[in-house]
Write a protein that binds this ligand. Structure first.
Ligand code: MN
Length: 301
């Protein structure tokens, strides 16, 4: 049985998750394999602490230990665990404002999106930051902070940086990536600064797990879609990105150093729209997976 399990996991993409009380798991075949105890000795905090996320920064040396621990790991049905953000402590959450042509058009045409400050060119607007404390995983409900205002969903391919990167070329950019996740950039529409409107607690969702970059070597042709309840709101392909993942890493790292665990939200396609308490979102990206995220009702908040 152990041999069969081992083979199954090696053949499948390495999907790493964090779940329940800060456990680390490998997802395969509908199960989460708990490898926490095997890697904990390698994750002890020392002073001075790592600059960046410790787990992601040390992942190259953790990988063989994780793979060895899988066959004998305690396992849980994936539906029976609470999935946390796969990245615990991102130094930065970087995001692209308008990076799909048809979303550019909808955001210029809809004053309910741009409030008089439409972005016309991502290179001129630059990238922005969301607070790392806004981050949750797919098992935690989104809590709408301002129910009287428009709160929108934005599905995005999220890139997790694996190594320090400063002034890297687009040709070398993907060598610095640890993996990919499905991201939701939840947004209060209005006149305040963008980072302010996108940083309330629970307004950044990352999940359901991270697919490692060695299993997903080319992020430039991935279908993505988002449903709210039964309605398909957003469908696109990352081939439509105005600036693709290598270009985003080149652009971001030309302004500041990227650290292990930094997350880049690559931008959302057309079809953004409001969510409200009680909604259930289903967010899917090809070769990464699907996550179901609940919006808490006001009475649950
Ligand atoms: Mn966005």
């Amino acid at each position: 049985v152990a041999g069969k399990l081992d083979r199954t996991i090696r053949d499948a993409p390495m999907k790493l998750c964090r779940f329940n009380e800060n456990r680390v798991g490998v997802v395969s075949d509908g199960y989460v394999h708990d490898v926490t105890d095997a890697i904990t000795p390698m994750l002890q905090n020392t002073w001075p602490c790592d600059y960046g996320d410790t787990f992601v920064g040390r992942l190259p040396s953790l990988r063989p230990v994780i793979e060895k621990a899988i066959p004998t790991a305690r396992r849980f049905a994936i539906d029976a665990v609470c999935l946390l953000s796969p990245i615990a402590r991102p130094p930065k959450i970087i995001a692209a404002p308008v990076n799909y042509k048809r979303h550019l058009a909808e955001s210029i045409n809809d004053p309910g999106i741009h409030y008089g400050a439409a972005v016309k060119d991502i290179r001129a607007a630059g990238l922005f930051l969301k607070s790392p404390t806004s981050l949750i995983g797919s098992g935690t409900p989104i809590r709408i902070r301002f129910p009287e205002r428009r709160n929108d969903h934005e599905i995005e391919l999220a890139v997790v940086m694996g190594r320090m990167a400063t002034r890297v070329s687009r040709e070398a950019a993907l060598d610095h990536v640890a993996g990919y996740c499905v991201g939701l950039d939840i947004t209060v529409r209005g006149t305040e600064d963008r980072s302010f409107r996108k940083s309330p607690d629970t307004y950044t969702v990352l999940g359901p797990w991270m697919v490692t970059a060695d299993e997903l070597s080319d992020p430039s042709n991935l279908k993505l879609s988002l449903k709210v309840n039964a309605d398909i709101r957003q469908t696109a392909n990352t081939s439509d990105l105005l600036i693709g993942v290598p270009g985003l890493i080149e652009f971001a790292s030309s302004w500041y150093t990227l650290y292990p665990g930094d997350i880049i939200f690559s931008g959302t396609p057309e079809g953004v729209g409001p969510i409200t308490g009680g909604d259930v979102m289903t967010a899917y990206i090809e070769r990464i997976g699907e996550m179901r995220v609940v919006v808490a009702r006001a009475t649950d908040v």
